[in-house]
Design a protein around this ligand. Structure first.
Ligand code: CA2
Length: 147
């Protein structure tokens, strides 16, 4: 069975509590439940995690090697700043989907740059919480065809 790590970065623990006009009313716990349900329907094992700390995210990416088949990463603001996360994705050589709730290209200029995108197999953004099961399907399909 395919096993995916869904990793969430800084401030995403606040989802559903503030700025619903940008990020929606769904909480991170709701999104995890949605991903777990989608995993059961599609025969995919899901590990779901969140951290506000860059080093903890790097550690989680390292630990995914040999445990998971691929990573879905919403790195939050670290997307636009973190060479360390990019290097970690590159080092573990696990197929990774970059994910964002909002359309980062329709927002401030500083969000248009991603350190992750060029080491990811693809990017999904702008579909809100629905992007999570979309990313799961995209990564699962990639894993099935690349095996
Ligand atoms: O759209 C996304 O998923 C982002 O990764 C979210 C990040 C942002 O820095 C990225 O540019 C795009 C911010 C997450 C902040 O989440 C909050 C949720 C509720 C209230 C405040 C912040």
């Amino acid at each position: 069975m395919i096993s995916l790590l869904i990793l969430n970065g800084p401030n995403l623990n606040l989802l559903g509590t503030r700025q619903p006009e940008i990020y929606g009313a769904t909480t991170l716990a709701d999104i995890e439940a949605m991903c777990q349900a989608h995993g059961r329907e599609t025969n995919v094992t899901v590990s779901f995690d969140q951290s506000n700390h860059e080093g903890a995210l790097v550690d989680a990416i390292h630990a995914a090697r040999g445990t998971h088949d691929g990573i879905i990463l919403n790195a939050g603001a670290y997307t636009h700043t973190s060479v360390a996360l990019r290097d970690a994705i590159s080092a573990v050589e696990l197929p990774t989907v970059e994910l964002h709730l909002s359309n980062i290209h329709a927002r401030e200029e500083f969000r248009h740059t991603s350190y992750i995108a060029s080491v990811a197999i693809g990017v999904i953004c702008g579909f809100g919480a629905a992007g999570y099961p979309l990313a799961m399907d995209a990564l699962t399909s990639y894993l099935h065809t690349s095996k």
